[in-house]
Write a protein that binds this ligand. Sequence first.
Ligand code: CDP
Ligand code: CDP
Length: 211
Amino acid sequence: VRDAMIIAIDGPAASGKGTLAKRLAIHYGLPHLDTGLLYRAVALALLDTDRKLPDPEAAAAAARALRAEALGDPRLRERAMGDAASIVSAIPAVRAALLDWQRRFAGAPEGAVLDGRDIGTVVCPGAAVKLFVTASAEERARRRHRELGGRGETATFEAVLADIVRRDARDADRDAAPLRVAQDAVVIDTTELDADAAFRAATSVVDARRG
Ligand code: CDP
Ligand code: CDP
């Protein structure tokens, strides 16, 4: 039996980290958690109860009360929810409440794949493999714009690019668990890589680490 293998994947919005995380989880037979969904679900819970987003007390309470079923709500994928998630995610008490959740998930005996912003730096600093997936802001905006179009949400490319740039800045500049490349992470720049090429690059890193 192998030791538990945790694969930590971080990166900015629409870099392809979620797609990569899902494929790695299937390939290695590990459970996968998209941690962005947790922050999106907290934001949605607040918006649903009509609370102002930055109310830190209500946000922390919503994070503590979060249930797994809430992660399946299709509204979590809406464009506005990414922005709302990045606002609540800067609240330290929200991050603290969600940290337990994520650590419990990562504690599965076989290991796990988690993707987010602070997996390699804060949630799973001892992960066997850390990947930092990135791409130019323009390429990421093209991908997100295409996805929104496919779901029938209308937004101009310029508006999607502005969303991405604003969210990157908010995630990188906050005090609580800012978006950073972990010192022992391998960076995969997907600006010129399709999802298959990114998957091949990632499996070569994982396989090398497993020996
Ligand atoms: O999870 P994250 O927001 O980082 O991105 P994603 O939802 O995995 O990917 C955003 C879009 O980029 C999806 O439509 C992918 O098919 C596409 N894509 C990718 O995931 N990986 C690449 N190397 C290139 C494109
Ligand atoms: O898919 P995309 O990269 O657009 O967003 P996401 O991964 O669903 O994350 C939404 C927001 O949640 C991010 O902009 C971050 O502010 C926050 N987040 C975080 O702070 N820490 C994480 N581990 C995951 C997400």
